[in-house]
Structure formats: structure tokens, C-alpha cells
Design a protein. Structure first.
Length: 133
């Protein structure tokens, strides 16, 4: 996707009243996916406004508003931004949100990585002495 194509999609969304997009992603065990893309039409939306959009708000589902723009944004986000940050899809994985201002294209990624912690303990004794207790 070229910069011009992305700009065209963002302008198209702005013409539909969209001022911000929130992309929720989650992954682990060698795979990851964009789970939802929602939008706001709040005037002059900042990153806090965009972050406050409910991730599962069906009334603000970008796919329902503009399925073509949804597919374009999804592919661009995955291939251009999310594949180039900390590994959120392998092993324990991770999750987060990508917030985009429309039409400027300014973005913020809140990426969370899951890390498994292992604590090892060793205990020593004699089984025969244990039975006498």
C-alpha cells in the first residue's frame, strides 16, 4: 500500500465523520490477529478520546461503516506497524491497541507483552525419616 492510498482512505473516513480509529489486537502461541477496529466521530478527538472507545462497540464497528476502509486499515496496521514492534504474537504473546487520528494519520501504539515467570524451588530430605514423623 502506498502513502497516497492510505491518505485516500483516511480522507474518505474523515468525509464520513470519523475522527479516530482504535485497533485492538491480541496474540500468542505463534499467531496474532486484529480483533476489532472501532471508530469515533467526536470532534477533534485526541488519543485519550480514541482510547476510551469501547473495543466491542458494535455501533462504532468500522467494518459496518466502511468495509473497504476496514480491510485496508487492517492490512496496513498489521503489515506496516504491528509486525515491526515488540513480538506480541509468539510464545505467551501480547495484546494492545493502535490508536490513529483521522485524517492526520498520527498514531500511538499501546503494546503489552505477556511474560511467563518461572520460580524454582528445591527440597531435600530422606523418605524414611519422613515416615517416622
Amino acid at each position: 500500500m502506498t502513502e497516497e492510498q492510505l491518505m485516500e482512505v483516511l480522507i474518505q473516513l474523515a468525509d464520513q465523520g470519523v475522527t479516530g480509529i482504535k485497533i485492538h489486537y491480541d496474540g500468542g502461541g505463534d499467531s496474532g490477529a486484529i480483533e476489532s477496529i472501532v471508530y469515533t466521530d467526536k470532534e477533534d478527538a485526541n488519543f485519550i478520546d480514541i482510547d476510551l472507545i469501547s473495543t466491542w462497540n458494535e455501533d462504532k464497528d468500522l467494518e459496518k461503516l466502511n468495509s473497504s476502509a476496514y480491510a485496508t486499515i487492517q492490512n496496513f496496521a498489521h503489515e506496516t506497524l504491528l509486525d515491526n514492534i515488540e513480538d506480541w504474537w509468539n510464545n505467551e504473546g501480547g495484546y494492545g491497541e493502535l490508536l490513529i487520528k483521522v485524517p492526520s494519520g498520527e498514531y500511538l501504539v499501546n503494546n503489552n507483552i505477556r511474560i511467563m515467570k518461572v520460580e524454582e524451588y528445591n527440597h531435600h530430605g530422606n523418605l524414611f525419616k519422613k515416615t517416622e514423623e
